[in-house]
Design a protein around this ligand. Structure first.
Ligand code: GTP
Length: 601
């Protein structure tokens, strides 16, 4: 295709603002999906995504469109719509999807206004020099306030309110006009046609029948079928078994040229061999310089995952192996815990990523899991100059520590102005540092903070929502690390550490954690035949203590001598009960107690 006729664009929108519905309307209007095949949310394929209303994996669809009026009227253009993942954890994937586009539709619900995440993605789009087309959706709703929110959008991107398109993805009103505008305003891709090929990978998806399907945008040159190609970050070579475009079903072609968006299949079985952000070139006489912007995915949050039933351990391992084929950011290694048995320490991009993986393990693989409280990654410098990275609090070093670094984020919160006080209070209590505040319109405010990631991973979003009656939205991105006064708090039962409860905390919060956990465990641990002290300690210094009093429980007491078979039955029963007990040192603890203590409330 002549690059002058290509338009590559994406849609930036908040969850529920109607991106999938708009995409569906576009598929219909351009005729690539027939009416009778049309089902709601054609492009969202994963069940969990659909149920939770989030789109995790991006995809690209090729839409032929001849503008009905204006520039290019009557000439069929190729519009490539690139789907962007919608959540904070996937910022890097979003940035790669944006890098594959020349323009973006900024889609905002006309009854809600812009949300923090949309704003963050808009900034990413502006950094990538994309042309922005502002659009208000759902104008058919009685609650829509198109004038108010058009003014807000115009204020944010610096255009005139009259330039904000108003559409209804539901009824289709204004959608043809929007497609015309994409052709008229989004610039065509530019690249060097006779240079060695350079194609950027913006998505990589595992398919159980075809292996990994890699989505690329060709920047320079041409990729042709059966050619040998090379991944520039690793130098790994593969044969191009198939190349083509999705429209939206995969359709093979002879090759892809400058500015074109499509897919590659090489037969690899693991997405880590075809990484988002990497550059693809030919093996022979290929490009020498990769396209900019490649980054390895880096897990930010870790949690221990344990099967409720220890015999499910091999199933858990197989399930993680399978999920990793489709998820280059998922890392894990085996771990054992005195309290929880055999499991894995698993690394995630963020909390949503953790939730999604956990839910898939439970739902798709039928596993019952216990997860330890999520923690971030700490960098510890010892006084002798050695350094270590801690992904599990129980492995925090015990020697002389010089400094501890923790990851920081830059957070953006959008909310109605009446909640500013409550939000500031929350951020303050989470060691936040206010960077700035802006009024988007007279009653809506944007607050910018730096916060330790550790303070966000633990129920921050829930707190924010409850303090703002659900009106606030949050986005954050990593901004490096900072030294903090962090300590490890251990919980000891009868003098033995319970590894699953060790936590790394700011020193001002250590005491409260110790008191809370010791109190919780006292409630949950049944009385034993001896007194059991529960202590919270920093190193050898005890900061809180509770006691479970002793009891002598004689199961045979009730059987006045006589009936031997009844006695045996009772002893048998007691043994049963013991199976689900875990031993921590000399103390027997039902596994349920640990699970209850780990649950957040
Ligand atoms: P995710 O894919 O989950 O991120 O959400 P989305 O942004 O794609 O939103 P989706 O298209 O799923 O729409 C969210 C809800 O809004 C659905 O119930 C749609 O039916 C509804 N909706 C979308 N567009 C319109 C519209 O123009 N008018 C009205 N009234 N409802 C709409």
């Amino acid at each position: 295709t002549d690059p002058a006729l290509i338009r590559n664009f994406c849609i930036i929108a908040h969850i529920d603002h109607g991106k999938s519905t708009l995409a569906d309307r576009m598929l219909q209007l351009t005729g690539v999906v027939e009416q009778r095949q049309m089902r709601a949310q054609y492009l969202d394929r994963m069940d969990i995504e659909r149920e939770r209303g989030i789109t995790i994996k991006s995809q690209a669809v090729r839409l032929p469109w001849a503008p009905t009026t204006g520039d290019g009227e009557g000439t069929t253009h190729v519009l490539n719509m690139i789907d962007t993942p919608g959540h904070v954890d996937f910022t890097y994937e979003v940035s790669r999807s944006l890098a594959a586009c020349e323009g973006t539709i900024l889609l905002v619900d006309a009854a809600q206004g812009i949300e923090a995440q949309t704003l963050a993605n808009l900034y990413l789009a502006l950094e990538n020099d994309l042309t922005i087309i502002p659009v208000l959706n759902k104008i058919d709703l009685p609650a829509a306030q198109p004038e108010k929110y058009a003014a807000e959008l115009a204020h944010i991107i610096g255009c005139d309110p009259s330039e904000v398109l108003k559409v209804s993805a539901k009824t289709g009103e204004g959608v043809a006009e929007l497609l015309n505008k994409v052709v008229a305003e989004v610039p065509p891709p530019v690249g060097v046609a006779d240079a060695p090929a350079r194609a950027m990978i913006f998505d990589s998806v595992y398919d159980s029948y075809r292996g990994v399907v890699t989505y690329v945008k060709v920047v320079d040159g041409q990729l042709s079928k059966r050619e040998r190609i090379q991944m520039m970050s690793t130098g790994a070579a593969h044969e191009l078994l198939e190349i083509g475009v999705s429209s939206p079903e995969m359709t093979a072609s002879d090759g892809l040229g400058v500015g074109e968006v499509g897919y590659l299949i090489t037969g690899v079985k693991d997405v880590r061999q075809s990484k988002v952000g990497d550059t693809v070139t030919q093996l022979h006489k290929g490009a020498t310089e990769a396209l900019g912007g490649y980054k390895d995915p880096k897990p930010m949050v870790f949690s221990g995952l344990y099967p409720l039933d220890g015999s499910d351990y091999p199933e858990l391992r197989d399930a993680l192996d399978k999920l990793q084929l489709n998820d280059a950011a998922l890392v894990y290694e085996p771990e054992t815990s005195a309290a929880l048995g055999f499991g894995f320490r698993v690394g995630f991009l963020g909390l949503l990523h953790l939730d999604v993986i956990r839910e898939r393990l439970e739902r798709e693989f039928g596993l019952d899991l216990i997860a330890t409280a999520p923690n971030v990654v700490y960098r510890v410098i010892m006084e002798d100059g050695t350094e270590c990275t801690v992904t599990n609090p129980s492995e925090f070093p015990t020697g002389k520590i010089a400094e501890v670094y923790e990851p920081m984020v830059r957070a953006t919160v959008l909310a109605p102005s009446e909640f500013v006080g409550a939000i500031m209070e929350l951020c303050q209590s989470r060691r936040g540092n206010l960077l700035g505040m802006d009024y988007l319109s007279e009653d809506r405010v944007e607050l910018r903070y730096t916060l330790p990631l550790a303070e966000i991973v633990f129920d921050f979003f829930d707190q924010l929502k409850s303090k703002t009656r659900g009106y606030a939205s949050l986005d954050y991105e990593p901004t490096g690390e900072q030294t903090s006064e962090l300590v490890k708090v251990d919980i000891l039962l009868h003098g033995d550490k319970v590894d699953a409860f060790s936590a790394i905390l700011h020193k001002d919060k250590a005491y409260a954690y110790g008191v809370r956990m010791a109190g919780k465990l006292r409630e949950l641990i049944p009385r034993q035949q001896f007194e059991v002290p529960i202590q919270a300690a920093i190193g050898s210094r005890v900061i809180a203590r509770e006691t479970v009093r002793a009891i002598r429980k004689d199961v045979l007491a009730k059987c006045y001598g006589g009936d031997i078979s009844r006695k045996r039955k009772l002893l048998e029963k007691q043994k049963e009960g013991k199976k689900r007990m875990k031993m921590v040192g000399a103390v027997e603890v039902p596994q349920e107690a640990f699970i209850a203590a780990l649950s957040t409330d």
